[in-house]
Each structure stands twice: as C-alpha cells, then as structure tokens.
Design a protein around this ligand. Structure first.
Ligand code: CTP
Length: 400
C-alpha cells in the first residue's frame, strides 16, 4: 500500500509503556517524512521509557500527556484532538493498554481519546511472548478485532527480555505502510499541486485599484478537491472573501506581479500547476505615491502589460503539468484551443461566461476539457462537485 496515502493525514500516535516505546520515535519520523501531520499522546508509563521532548521535536507538535491539564486542554482538548484525527495508531500497545481499551476504560488521556475517536484505530502490540500468548490478552485482542480495530502485528523474533516468540512490535516502515493502507488511495496521493485563484488588484494610488469580479470559488473548490485526492496543495490567492481551505498552504497575494513571483517559486517544485486566477492583464504604468486628487480635466491612465503567469510556468524546465482556464463569450472551444497552444499548456478548461448561470460568481459551472488530442464537454455541476471531477480528469491524464 503506497505511503503517499499519508500525505496531509492527521495521525495521533499513542504511546503506551513498554521497551518498544523507543521505536515510536522512528515511527513518528517516518510518518512526518510521508507528510502526515502527527500529534503524539503518551501514557505516564510511556514517559518512563522515552521523553515527551523527543517526540515533540520529531512530530513538530506539543506532546499530549495528561487528561486533566488545564493548559494543554485549552490548547487542544481531548474531544477536539479526537475530532482532529484522521486515524490513531497506538504503538506500542502494551498488554495493559490493550486490556484497558478492550474494557472501554477512560482513566487517562490515551484511553479517553480512544472512546471519543470516530476515525479508524490501529494497535501495534508489543510485549513479552508469554504475555501475548496469555488467554486474557488473547480474548481482549479478539474483542478489539471484532469491534473493527486494526491489528498491526506483532512480529515474532528475539525480544528485549531475552525470549524468542510473538510480541515484537513491527518496524516503523511496516507500521507506516499498514497505516497508509487504512486510507483509500487518492488519485493525487503525494503529488504537489499549486493552484492560483481569485482576482488580482492593480494599484492606481494608495486607495484605488483596478480589479475584476472573480470570487475565487473555483480555485478554492479545486484546492479542497486536490487535498481530498491526497495532493500537497498550495493555493496562491488574490483578495477574496473565502476562508482558507483546511490542509492547504496559503499564499496571499494582491497584484499580478506578486502572484507571478509566488507562482514561479511554487511551480519550480510542484507536479501540477492549475491557473484559475483572473489575473489583470494590465497594470497602471505608474502608481501614485499619494491619493490622486480630482480635477476638472478628464483623467488618462496609462496601462502596461502584466506577465502571463501560466505561460511563464509552462516555460520552466522542467515544467509542471499545466492546466489553464479560459473564460470566453464566443467561439469558446476555438478560442480556448488557441490559448492552450499559445500558452504551452497540457490542458485547458473552457467555460462560456456569456451564459449567466455558470462561471464568474455563480455557484454552478460547466466546462469543456481541451487538450492537444481531445475535446470533452463535462456535465454542469455545483463548483465543488465539478472540482472533484476536474481533479480526477487531471489525475487520469498525468498517468499517461
Ligand atoms: N492567466 C495567467 N496570467 C495572466 C493571464 C491569464 O496565468 N496574466 C491564466 C488564467 O489563470 C487562465 C488562463 O491564463 O488559466 C486564461 O486566462 P484568460 O484571462 O481567459 O485569457 P487571456 O490570456 O487573458 O486572454 P483574453 O483576456 O484575451 O481572453
């Protein structure tokens, strides 16, 4: 199962008391390498084997150790933490920890979290072979498996106590792979995607600017769909009234030049670049330092061309897979196809903005997918639903 599935996933690693707790450090490191967001919860016994400081440094997050710690609860309470998680893995899960989870106890933070958790839970048992083979442990494990809790291991082999037999915790790499297997494979798992969205503002003076009516909805919906598909997503956005989508790296910009610079920086290390922004094609040649005062005369504004952002990205070597949008009012496919060629794109989605029910500022959209080889009109849909369709259409073409 590909570990790319872990990208963007929020994982709680629960550590109970046992000598294998030291291996949890390596596990947290692996999960971070696979771009998961990790929070660690330790029992009191676990802290006898490994320090919270080590896990804090490796996870990049504060470590949660106590249920009734007002300071920690204020930052992220146990219910919030349970809601936050996409999955929880207890590694190592000691015999005592397994027994407490099986009984539904909630006498410390780790077991309380398990009770509050809605996301999938997995256990990586680690204990002496005789304890693993004990009937009570066996019954507890059976009960948990029947409840749908995933069991990762244990492996057989030589043990810290000198015995040989079942009870060794699986290695970090294998645990990371098993954990990844709990998630469905997203069509963009592990890929880096950059999306531009919204309008740009071109300053005339300190209080005035030239802009357009773009709401940013399509770009934001695409960013959400990309995250859902497992992509590491960067959203470069002009000023809009939308909240930043969860799990997205936001870059807020104003002018086309700022959007251009942010795009070039992000595109140099991304796999897919999607330009939905309605970039102002022109900017005032000079920006007045002070507010311009009106006079009796007509006013003339001299404008100069802004760079074409996606054209510049498509010229990078190596260039990401470039996807543009074309808003047209006539000869939609013909104009979009010539933009595809002129801008050097892999794909362009064209929409007819003369149709009032779709496009700018509306909730629904309908687009035609155009590449060098094909023209495919997709069904009209709300922007969020369409975004998922478009992300999948892009993903399909990346594989070929
Ligand atoms: N685009 C861009 N940088 C610009 C202008 C446009 O990256 N300076 C991108 C848009 O985000 C979109 C595509 O290019 O993905 C097409 O933009 P559009 O405004 O429809 O086309 P223009 O090239 O501006 O052509 P025209 O305004 O003449 O229709």
């Amino acid at each position: 199962m590909p570990t790319q599935n872990l990208a963007n996933k929020r994982i709680i690693v629960g550590i109970s008391g046992g000598i294998a707790a030291y291996k949890a450090a390596e596990l947290v490191r692996r999960l971070k390498q696979h771009e998961a967001d990790v929070r660690v919860v330790m029992t009191a016994a676990a802290q006898q084997f490994i320090t919270p400081l080590t896990l804090q440094a490796l996870s990049g997050n504060p470590v949660h150790t106590a249920l009734l710690n007002t300071e920690a609860e204020a930052a992220m309470g146990h219910i919030e933490l349970a809601r936050w998680a996409d999955a929880m893995l207890i590694a190592p899960a000691s015999a005592n920890c397994i027994a407490r989870v099986a009984q539904g106890q909630g006498d410390d933070l780790l077991t309380t979290l398990v009770l509050a958790l809605k996301a999938p839970l997995a256990l990586a048992p680690a204990m002496n072979q005789a304890m693993w083979l004990d009937e009570a442990t066996h019954d507890n494990v059976q009960l948990l498996v029947r409840r749908g809790i995933a069991l990762f291991g244990p492996a057989e082999g030589s043990q810290a106590c000198g015995d040989t037999g079942p009870g060794r915790m699986l290695e970090a790499d294998e645990l990371a792979e098993r954990l990844a297997g709990l998630f469905n494979t997203g069509s963009m798992a592990g890929l880096r995607v950059t999306i531009t969205a919204g309008p740009t503002r071109e300053a005339i003076d300190p209080v005035r600017f030239i802009s357009n009516h773009s709401s940013g909805k399509m770009g934001y919906a695409l960013a959400e769909a990309a995250v859902e598909a497992g992509a590491l997503t960067t959203l470069i956005s002009g000023p809009v009234a939308l909240p930043p989508p969860p799990k997205v790296s936001m870059v807020q910009v104003r002018s086309a030049l700022e959007m251009h610079d942010a795009s070039i920086a992000a595109a140099a290390r991304c796999d897919v670049f999607i330009a939905t922004a309605a970039v102002a094609d022109y900017r005032p040649k000079t920006v007045a330092n002070q507010k311009i005062k009106k006079s009796g005369e007509a006013m003339v504004l001299e404008l100069e061309r802004n760079p074409d952002i996606i054209t510049a990205v498509a010229k990078l070597k190596p260039a990401p897979y470039c996807v543009g949008f074309a808003a047209e009012t006539e000869k939609v496919v013909e104009h979009a196809r010539s933009k595809l060629q002129q801008k050097g794109l892999n794909l362009i989605f064209a929409n007819d903005v003369a149709n009032a029910g779709i496009g700018f500022n509306s909730e629904e959209n309908q687009v035609t997918l155009i590449s060098a080889e094909e023209t495919l009109t997709l069904e009209q849909a709300p922007k969020q639903k369409l975004a998922r369709v478009l992300i999948n259409e892009i993903a399909k073409r990346l594989c070929h």
